[in-house]
Every structure is written in structure tokens, then in C-alpha cells.
Ligand binder design. Structure first.
Ligand code: DSN
Length: 420
């Protein structure tokens, strides 16, 4: 047992916070006990810069096997030829992709963070908008990706790379349309499927495999693994000692060289082991059922929230999340996040398309169903959760009311324990 009482207390407090509330940040989830067990192991002590069979350290015979298993499981699950499981998380993975395929000042196109994209998709203050010439695409007025706009921008700016995927987009992404745009304008197409990889495994969202040149996913969102990321692509890795040119055939070698020695040092072997465990879990029929239920729950919740007058960006959801514009409820995103938090419902404030407010206190909130679904909640529970969300927003200034809601929610959560 841990002897550091100060940290132990906080670990237990976080566990209690998660158990007693409703985790609705759509990028979070509750991992299995097996995934957690793999994380807290001696694998964490081992340095292993390089790749299995080609390391800069001795004593890698065990971690080589761990990484090989993780790579094989990733390849099989997503149906790709090559998987790099070493990126420490999503942003480093996207850095590696840019580093592999671009030179500084090359033009990249990605979805604006303020319309549902990610910082690494070209935000000005991020490396992707600083070291590269970033052109950002947005959405139409309803919040749908505007493929015509992307095409026009791509024809005008001739990006070397089009980044697709999102962090706050509630609708299905059309990879084929993006491929056609990339082909027409001579760009690499990268798909960041971090949010939806678990849905792709479950058949709830089309896969970009065979369409995008490179695919990236974090492992801790709908995929329900530990924090981490993977880069997936097709093709065979060539001689690692020879510098690859930037051609389609060389993508696996370009990616591997970009991760290390390009950007990272030693992989986190405990994390790799936990990713392997999560990939095995994700390849079961139970996981497919889980992924389908995430989407069913999101649709059920969206329907209920609309009935309470909530204004959902695009009017609903096809996936695991929704973005709610709170303007008609006369409450800001930050106030909404705070009120719901006091009631035990964790969401995050979020900009809505064409948001007149700042991202520190935007007009909306983003919420989703992956973690609730892990706890076994279904459509019936979504109905009740919509009632609580409405109550909390209506009573944002009534501390007592919010506290009582939290008590009620804590009682409810006892029927849906965290995985153990
Ligand atoms: N920060 C993640 C999210 O919450 O969507 C994206 O990396």
C-alpha cells in the first residue's frame, strides 16, 4: 500500500469524485481494472529508446514483446499494416505526423478549434499554427462541416497536409469527400480519430482506413484505454538506417523516424502494456455493444435535452457528444460548467460555431456519454440525467438546490459503480 498519505488521500478523493458524480466530458472514460493494473507496474522503470529489436538500451527483451503485442493488436483491430504505439499522447502524435510529412512553413489546413477542431490542427498559438502556415476551416451556420469551403480553401492555399477529425463535432465525418479534396489539391490527408476510435471499432462511425494517408488516435477516449496515442498507416517499413523520402510507400518509416529519434525519447512501457490490454478489450463483442450503446445514449440524451429547450449545435448528434449553445438559457458556458459541476455533473465549457464570446467563457458546453455508458447506464438513465441537467442550469445561483441535486446524483451512482 502507498505510504505517501498526502498523495494517497488525493488519489482516493479523485476516485470518490468520479464515483459520486456523472462524468460527461466526452473525451474522458473509466478504464478497466486490468488497464489500471498494467499502468502501475515495473514496466514504468524501463528505458527502451528505439523499436523492438533495435533499441539503444540493454534489457529490452521483455518490453520488446509488450510493444510487439500492442502493435499487432492495433493493426488487427483497425485493419492497418503499421502501427506506432509510442506517442506519449495525442499532441505528440500529431507533432510526429507533421514532422514526418512537412517542412517548417509548409501550409497545413485543419478545423478551427473554435468550431470543433483541436489545438494541434493549426491553432495560431500552438506549434501547428506557429511553425507551419496554418489555414483554418470552419463550419456552416448550423455547425456542419462545410466540405465546399474546405475544397475552395484547399484550391486557394494548396496545403501540403489536410488534417481532419475534431474534438467537438457531433456529426459523422465524410472521409471520402476529404480524400477527394486532398487528391484534387495534392495534399496528404490525416485523420485524427481520437474522439471516435471506439465508435469506429463498434461500427458506429465510418473508418478512414484505406482513405486517409495517416490516422492518429489517442487511446483514452471512446477506446477506453490508458492515456496515450497511436499512429496507424498502411505500407511496409523500409530499412530503418536509410533516410526515407516523402512518398506514400515510405509513410511507416517516416512516422517511426519522426516519433524517435525525431521527437521523443523512451516510450512509456507501462502505458504501452496498458494500451495492449485495452486493445484486447476493444476487440471483444462486448466492446462493440458498448460502442453502440454510447451512440444510443447520446441520441437519447440529445432528444431529451431538446425537449427541455436546449439548443444543440447541428440540432443533435450522430456520435458520442453534443455541444449545447446556452445563449437561450441566459447562462454562459462557464456558468453552465460551474453549476453542473456543483450538482456532480462534469462537463466542459466550449465555444459554439461563430461564438461571439471568448473561449475562457464561451457560449456553450460540450458533453457526452462514453463514461456513463461504461458504468452501464442506458437510455432510461439518460432521461433522468436530462432532468438533472435542466434543473442545474435553471438553478445555477441556488447553491442549496445544486447541493441537493448532487446528493441525489450520488445516491443514483451507487447503482452504477466504476469498473472494478
Ligand atoms: N483535450 C481533448 C478533448 O477534450 O477533446 C482533445 O485532445
Amino acid at each position: 500500500m502507498m505510504k505517501d498519505e498526502e498523495i494517497k488521500k488525493l488519489i482516493l478523493a479523485e476516485k470518490k469524485r468520479q464515483a459520486d458524480g456523472l462524468e460527461m466530458i466526452p473525451s474522458e472514460n473509466h478504464t478497466s481494472e486490468d488497464v489500471l493494473s498494467a499502468m502501475g507496474t515495473r514496466l514504468s522503470d524501463k528505458y527502451s529508446e528505439g523499436y523492438p529489436g533495435m533499441r539503444y538500451y540493454g534489457g529490452c527483451e521483455v518490453v520488446d514483446q509488450v510493444e510487439n503485442i500492442a502493435r499487432e493488436r492495433a493493426k488487427k483491430l483497425f485493419g492497418v499494416d503499421h502501427a506506432n504505439v509510442q506517442p506519449h499522447s495525442g499532441s505528440p502524435a500529431n507533432q510526429a505526423i507533421y514532422y514526418a510529412l512537412l517542412d517548417p512553413d509548409d501550409t497545413v489546413m485543419g478545423m478551427s478549434l473554435f468550431f470543433g477542431g483541436h489545438m494541434t490542427h493549426g491553432l495560431r498559438v500552438n506549434f501547428s499554427g506557429t511553425y507551419y502556415n496554418s489555414v483554418q476551416y470552419t463550419t456552416d451556420k448550423e455547425g456542419y462541416i462545410d466540405y465546399n469551403e474546405i475544397h475552395s480553401l484547399a484550391k486557394e492555399h494548396k496545403p501540403k497536409l489536410i488534417m481532419s477529425g475534431a474534438t467537438a463535432y457531433p456529426r459523422t465525418i465524410d472521409w471520402k469527400k476529404l480524400r477527394a479534396i486532398a487528391d484534387d489539391t495534392g495534399a496528404w490527408l490525416v485523420s485524427d480519430i481520437s474522439h471516435i476510435s471506439g465508435l469506429i471499432v463498434a461500427g458506429e462511425h465510418p473508418s478512414p482506413v484505406g482513405i486517409a494517408d495517416v490516422i492518429m488516435t489517442t487511446t483514452h477516449k471512446t477506446l477506453r484505454g490508458p492515456r496515450g496515442a497511436m499512429i496507424l498507416c498502411n505500407g511496409e517499413k523500409s530499412n530503418p538506417l536509410k533516410k526515407p523520402t516523402r512518398t506514400k510507400e515510405n509513410i511507416p518509416s517516416l512516422i517511426d523516424r519522426a516519433v524517435i529519434p525525431g521527437l521523443q525519447g523512451g516510450p512509456h512501457n507501462h502505458q504501452t502494456a496498458a494500451i495492449a490490454v485495452a486493445l484486447k478489450e476493444a476487440s471483444t463483442p462486448e466492446f462493440k455493444k458498448y460502442g453502440k450503446q454510447i451512440a444510443k445514449n447520446a441520441k437519447a440524451l440529445a432528444k431529451e435535452l431538446k425537449a427541455y429547450g436546449f439548443n444543440l449545435v447541428t440540432g443533435g448528434t450522430d456520435n458520442h457528444l453534443m455541444v449545447i449553445d446556452l445563449n437561450n438559457k441566459f447562462i454562459s458556458g462557464k456558468q453552465g460548467e460551474d453549476a453542473l459541476g456543483k450538482a456532480g455533473i462534469t462537463v466542459n465549457k466550449n465555444t459554439v460555431p461563430f461564438d461571439p464570446r471568448s473561449s475562457f467563457d464561451p457560449s456553450g458546453i460540450r458533453l457526452g456519454t462514453p463514461a456513463l455508458t461504461t458504468r452501464g447506464m442506458k437510455e432510461k438513465e439518460m432521461k433522468q440525467i436530462a432532468v438533472w441537467i435542466d434543473e442545474a442550469i435553471k438553478n445555477k445561483d441556488d447553491e442549496k438546490h445544486l447541493q441537493n441535486l448532487h446528493k441525489e446524483i450520488t445516491k443514483f451512482t451507487k447503482k452504477f459503480p466504476l469498473p472494478s
